[in-house]
Design a protein around this ligand. Structure first.
Ligand SMILES: Nc1ncnc2c1ncn2[C@@H]1O[C@H](COP(=O)(O)OP(=O)(O)OP(=O)(O)O)[C@@H](O)[C@H]1O
Ligand SMILES: [Mg+2]
Length: 259
């Protein structure tokens, strides 16, 4: 399988805090990668570097063989790396439909390369309605985004990233603020959408039951370093991971976690 994203030797510090240290990750196309780690371990910093919001002080990031390290966030998005945020970034005074139409508008405005990949958007409202159905948001279509329950806001934020038809989707804590019961419903919908559109996914997650169920690879972060990288069963059973990541955060196995 081809490598779609390749981060080499990433470094980032904030004063005395090391947020990234010698981060080396090659992600294969169609992978579903979970990013775990206690608060402040460097997970969001990694996503911020991949999306161009933060520039690493050393190292490189290649996407589909191209060096994207110097690019601005909007250029990286245009190439096909899209994200959702730890706190949903929505247009609160607009309807759910209009939020998604903004995403489609970004696609339409981005020129011929995007146009070719997004020919489905000849009919933007139809494309958005398909996305709304896929994410179970049909009944919220004409509701104001700012008034939605938190779980629905999370889903809309992810749908906003998906409607741009990314090649890589980065999700920062997609299930935080979502009730234990709803987490799996949300992730089932997200995973169905990413499989259908063949999107590579990296997501930050504190609930180890969600990590175990949906990922095929896990990266464990601790103090800006990756201390374990491999199959979920292996990483979640690793001694250091149990001590520094799971022990410090998650509830005991099987218990509901609201981290
Ligand atoms: N813009 C910034 N300015 C200063 N310090 C920062 C900045 N961004 C992150 N940090 C620090 O870098 C470290 C890593 O932060 P990061 O947000 O990547 O952690 P995280 O793993 O996403 O944690 P959480 O699970 O709480 O979201 C933390 O100590 C954080 O305080
Ligand atoms: Mg974070």
């Amino acid at each position: 399988m081809a490598v779609i994203l390749d981060a080499r030797g990433l470094e980032k510090s904030f004063g005395a805090v090391t947020a990234a240290s010698n981060i080396n990750v090659a992600v294969e196309q169609d992978a579903v990668v979970g990013l775990i780690g206690s608060n402040g371990a460097g997970k969001t910093t990694f996503l911020n570097m991949v999306t161009g919001y933060l520039k690493p002080s050393a190292g490189t990031i290649h996407f589909e063989g191209r060096d994207i390290t110097p690019l601005a966030p909007r250029e990286i998005t245009r190439l096909g790396i899209c994200r959702s945020f730890q706190i949903p970034q929505l247009f609160n005074t607009m309807t759910v439909l209009d939020n998604l139409l903004v995403g489609v508008g970004i696609v339409a405005a981005a020129g011929s390369k995007w146009g070719a990949r997004n020919s489905a958007y000849d009919d933007p409202v139809k494309a958005v309605d398909t996305m709304l159905d896929q994410f179970g948001l049909g009944s919220y279509r004409n509701r104001q985004a700012g008034l939605l329950p938190e779980g629905t806001r999370k889903l809309l934020d992810i749908a906003m990233a998906m409607v741009v038809r990314p090649r890589i989707l980065l999700l920062d804590e997609p299930t935080s603020g979502v009730s234990a019961d709803e987490k799996f419903v949300l992730m089932d919908m997200v995973m169905a959408a990413v499989k259908e559109h063949k999107v590579t996914v990296l997501f930050v997650e504190h609930d180890m039951d969600v990590v175990a169920r949906y990922t095929d690879r896990v990266l464990a972060f601790y103090e800006g370093r990756i201390i374990a990288d491999g199959a979920p069963a292996t990483v979640l059973d690793d001694v250091e991971v149990r001590r520094f990541v799971i022990g410090s955060h998650a509830a005991p196995a099987g218990a509901a976690s609201h981290a």
